[in-house]
Design a protein around this ligand. Sequence first.
Ligand code: 5GP
Length: 215
Amino acid sequence: MTDEKDFLPFLSEGNMPYAICHTKLNRGLLFVISGPSGVGKGTLRKKIFKIFPDLKYSVSVATRAPRKGEVEGKDYYFVSEDKFKKMIKENKFVEWALVHRDYKGTPINYLIETLQKGEDVLLEIDVQGAMQVKKKFPDGVFIFIAPPSWKDLEDRLRKRKTEEEKDLKKRLEDAHTEMKYTKNYDYLVINDNIKEAMKKLKSIVIAERCKIISY
Ligand code: 5GP
C-alpha cells in the first residue's frame, strides 16, 4: 500500500503533487532504440547524448572487428567469439543476439547499476535483443527508427561504405525481418529528415521523463 508519506521525499518545496514522477521508484528510465542497419540510429544516438548529457549509454559487447575510427570501450567492447560465448555462460548479458553475422550483447552489470542509481540509460540494440529486454524490463521505452523507403535505406547503406557487397545484402535482407517488429515498440520515428527525427526523439525523452507512474 502506498502511503502519502511515501511521496514526501519526492515532493518539491510546498508539497505540490506535480513533482511526483518516476523517481518515486528511485530507478532510472530505460530507453531502447532499434531499427534496420543504415537507418541513421548511430547519428541520432550521438545527437541525443548532446541534448541530454545526463543520459547514459550502455556500451555493447561485439564480436565483429572494429571499423575505422571505432574506439574500444566507447563504441563497443570488442571480444573474440570464444570470449563472448564464455560471457553468455557466465550470465554477463541482459540480452544477446546474433546480429547479421556477429554476436552483440548488453552487459548486465552496467545497466542494473546505472538504473539503480536513478540514471536513465539508452540502449541501441537490434530487434531480437530489444524483445528480450522487453520481457525483463516491460516498463522500458521502446523506440523504432524506420527509413522512409527501402530505396533510401539501400542508398544510405551503400553511401557509408562500411560493408562489403555480401554483408550489405545480408543487412538489407535482415531489414525486412526487422521492420516486422515495429508493432512491438512504443514509438515509431521515421528518419526522412535528421532534424525532424531528432525533434521527435527529443520529445519522446522529455515526455517519458514527465510521465507519472501509476501506483
Ligand atoms: P553495427 O555492426 O553496424 O555496429 O551494428 C549492427 C546492429 O547491431 C545494429 O542494429 C545495432 O542496433 C545492433 N546492436 C548493437 N549492439 C547490440 C547489442 O548489445 N545487442 C543487440 N542485440 N544488438 C546490438
